[in-house]
Design a protein around this ligand. Structure first.
Ligand code: UD1
Length: 366
């Protein structure tokens, strides 16, 4: 095996799918490892089925836990697999706990680390993903970036630009490949809503604090009176809503379970507006040309603001109300497609690896 690819949580699966396909197409021997960070059928299995991701060669079944427990479990269980597979390189994607855990084990073993979606920075160390991004990039040997701003971030952190390559966005490869197969919103909703908004909410900063979550759900309730709001509920958010006794605040919203990739894609494509605190959805709405209001103070994906349809609104109800009214009266922000978000990012990665891997036989020199 030349490359051991790692995926662990929902936002990893749409990124690893085109990478695995491109490695196969270019004849690079790859294996896939699933850490099991996400394990519900709706958060994991359905993505493998929808996206045709090969069955993982290794499954660590780590499940949920505190950040320390989850990260440590991945590390402990990954080490023996790495030792037995002895790949030339480990490839990790995104910024979840599984990304950092596997990168760290590989680096300590002297196995080269390839990071796909490197260099994104929110400059908010309160986000667990920001810690994962910064640390993963520091120990990566080859860093593939989705937008050029990431290069400046990496250089500021002392990373040699020779190790960084701008290839575009593999998640948008997946979007291109599947847009025609997307499930029409009317099927997912079981009814025809000519106009609706889609909301996703799961960031700890939005859903772990009762006052913030209440404020968000209340303004969403207001919006729902003029534009129906569809909310596929993440398990963390559902859990907190129950724990805080906020279930009544969901009355009138179109609540759905976590959706499969093709259902979510169709739902976003046909929406008038998307409100989200996700990272990936900021990019997918830009690729689809659908207005996006991001319910966060910052974004690690600034090109979606500079060129795309994204507006940074934050969690403040008054700001959300104002931005919503602007979309309703002006149709929302127009955008263009960022450079290299063209469906060929994974092939650029594979072509680079064809030249890079042979020069790196075995493990890194001590
Ligand atoms: C993780 C990622 C986040 C990503 C998100 C997408 C980290 C630090 N965060 O956050 O970047 O945007 O995935 O979903 O890695 N749970 C289930 N079933 C599952 C998985 C989780 O019920 O299959 C519940 C558990 O109660 C768990 C909670 O969701 O404790 C949180 O899961 P976890 O993997 O810790 O983080 P996410 O919030 O999903």
């Amino acid at each position: 095996t030349q490359v051991l690819c790692v995926a662990g949580a929902r936002p990893n699966f749409m990124k690893i799918a085109p990478v695995m396909a491109a490695l196969a197409e270019t004849g690079i021997a790859a294996q896939l490892l699933h850490t099991g960070q996400h394990y519900d059928a709706a958060m994991s299995d359905s993505f493998f089925a929808d996206l045709g991701i090969p069955r993982p060669d290794h499954h660590l079944e780590v499940g949920s836990g505190s950040h320390a427990v989850q990260t440590a479990e991945v590390m402990k269980r990954f080490e023996p697999v790495l030792e037995s597979v002895q790949p030339q390189a480990v490839l990790v994607v995104g910024d979840v706990n599984s990304t950092l855990a596997c990168a760290l084990v590989a680096a300590k073993h002297g196995v080269r680390v390839i990071h796909v979606e490197a260099g994104l920075r929110s400059y908010d160390r309160g986000m667990p993903e920001e810690i994962n991004r910064v640390l993963t990039d520091q120990i990566s040997d080859l860093l593939f970036i989705t937008e050029k701003s990431a290069l400046a971030n990496l250089v500021r952190e002392g990373i040699d630009p020779a190790r960084v390559e701008f290839v575009g966005n593999v998640m948008i490869d997946t979007l291109h490949r599947n847009l025609e197969r997307a499930v029409p919103a009317s099927l997912t909703l079981g009814t025809l809503l000519p106009h609706y908004a889609v909301l996703t909410l799961h960031r700890p900063s939005n859903v772990d604090d009762p006052a913030t979550l209440a404020g968000l759900l209340d303004v969403i309730g207001e919006i729902n009176r003029s534009l129906p709001v569809v909310l596929p509920l993440h398990p963390r958010t559902r859990g907190n809503i129950e724990k805080f006794g906020f279930t009544a605040r969901l009355d009138g919203l179109h609540i759905l379970p976590p959706l499969g990739y093709l259902e979510m894609l169709g739902l976003m494509r046909d929406a008038k507006l998307v409100l989200t605190d996700s990272g990936g959805i900021q990019e997918e709405t830009t690729a689809l040309g659908v207005p996006c209001l991001t319910l966060r103070e910052n974004t690690e994906r600034p090109i979606t603001i500079a060129e795309g349809t994204n507006v940074l609104v934050g969690p403040d109800p008054a700001a959300i109300r104002a931005a919503f009214n602007d979309v309703m009266s002006n149709g929302g922000k127009a955008g263009r497609i960022p450079e290299y978000w063209d469906g060929r990012a994974a092939m650029r990665i594979a072509h680079t690896l064809q030249g890079w891997l042979p020069q790196r036989k075995g493990t890194r020199a001590a």
